[in-house]
Write a protein that binds this ligand. Sequence first.
Ligand code: BGC
Length: 460
Amino acid sequence: MSATQQTSRINYICMAAALGGLLFGFDTAVISGAENLLKIQFSLDPTMEGWLVSSGLLGCIIGVFTTGILSDKIGRKKTILIAGIMFFLSGVGCAFAPSFTILIISRMLGGVGVGMASVVSPMYIAEFAPASKRGQMIAYYQLAITVGILLAYFSNAFVVAVSKDHISNGVLNWLFSEQSWRAMFLIMCAPSILFLAALFKLPESPRWLVSVNRNDEARNILNTIRTHDDAGKELNEIVNARNKNESSSLFPISKATRIPLLIGIVLAVLQQFSGINAIIYYGPRIFETAGIPSSNALAFQVIIGAINLVFTMIAIKYADKYGRKSLLKYGLSGIILSLMLCGVLFYTNNTQGYLLLVLIMVYIACFAFSLGPVTWIIINEIFPTNIRVKAVSLCTLALWVAVWMVGQFFPWLLEKAGAAITFWAFAVFSIFNLIFSLTVVKETNGKTLEEMNEVFISPH
Ligand code: BGC
């Protein structure tokens, strides 16, 4: 294979796997448009409404656990395929759900897909990417999440627009007009099919193949994405690392993994405690609190979504050039400053005007080029192969529990303590994150996955 063919192959592999992020973003955002319609149709009381949101998260947790076991047993590729099937089933199940219970079960299936994809997609990319481009390639995954969120807003808006017309076809009228929330979910089947189709051509991860003693297959795959010499060298490194790690069967706490586990879990939790999802999903409500009418909710969400997407490109470009820690340093500083100032605006009752909107945009931009992608990059690159899935699952689980906590406590905090305190609370967590990132997180830029052990055992 020529160098150009190898580059396009590796790009294809990483982008196809990153589509898991797109479905993750779509699935988590689609509910924002469907929620109100469902509330009316099923006369939901607060408990049932709670179920609607938490069923997805419960599914995520199940998905993360399952992946922790499955992905070592049956391989990365089959696990990603199962995640894709879950997304598809969830889209169909929600769209044609004959009852609220079936809808909840179908949402849960989608959640399982999100949970699985959030572990296995970035990990698969990390296992394929060359060390010099790993940051960029995992950042594709974050980019795909932002595209998925934006697509869901557009597709919801499209369905709302279509729902105003009467459609002559009975079934289509039922799906798109009479009960338009069904169409919002059904549309998710399109990216799911694309994802599944793209996955069939993916090879198995060479690192997993070596872990199950299928070294020849691993060599063949490496030969299609690296030069002959590099493939040989990389295979040797992977085999040596496996032989070294085999004896350390303790899960996953050992001298070499204590620090990476601490880093992965703390970064995952603090990513969420920066308030990102509160601002993305409750944005319109924050604006209402500020006296700006929520009738423009969609326009607001689209602006935020677009900024989120565009600024992720910075991480794609610079994560490998300037390193993960630099991005975290500048991004977190911007996040802290914008959150503090938002708090001040609310505290001094100066929320009318554009300053609040500008500060929120600055916040999103800073998140998009730092905390968003870098958290995923670091979680997926710091663990040795023999414990990678379990350790990544543990960190991702911590992230989802933190998503749940913010979802539970944010509306309560906003109501009881007010917006100023809420923003300042997110800022304080981000200050902890900045200190932690500067002092405990180690630079992993340019190191191969097999060199990570030394990064964390060495005292510097
Ligand atoms: C976070 C998600 C968030 C998304 C926003 C991801 O890195 O894990 O919780 O919704 O970024 O772009």
